[in-house]
Design a protein. Sequence first.
Length: 186
Amino acid sequence: MDLALIEPLLTWLEEHQQWLGLVTCLTAFAESLALVGLVLPGVVMLFGIALLAASSGMPLENLLFWGFIGAIAGDNLSYLLGRYCHGPLSRTRLFRNNPQWIDNGERFFERHGMLSVVLGRFIGPLRPVIPMVAGMLEMPAQRFVAINLLSAVGWAPVYLLPGYLAGAATNPDTLASLEWLYQWWP
């Protein structure tokens, strides 16, 4: 992956730190979205944003909140796209050229059922596809939303904490504010 693609965003964020929360939310949203998440280098972008958030002194709770909200919104929209637009979506060039993405998502969903929403959140290429497949296969909306909320609680720290801890190492004030985290660490 060419890191030059995300450098301008990170440079802009260094100069406009007040936008870190919104950009975290939008990046998590895009990374979770069915079509966009397949091509967006979301993991690398979120690491860089989290690193910058910590080095700028943004509280970890704020970063996790914005990441959580973005991930929930992206997955819910992907679910709705799958539920109501699955015909037109499957005919887009992206899916016509890569039919295995939907096929793999369907097989994974059929094999793991509701658990696939949780597992899929943490498996790279399946991450943005599983919510759409859940919609295509008409998983009940209330069940999807409940499982999606619970899995996002785990996703936000897993994806954002490594970058945040790396950034906190450069900012003594942020590092000191994480004392509560070290009490939980084994």
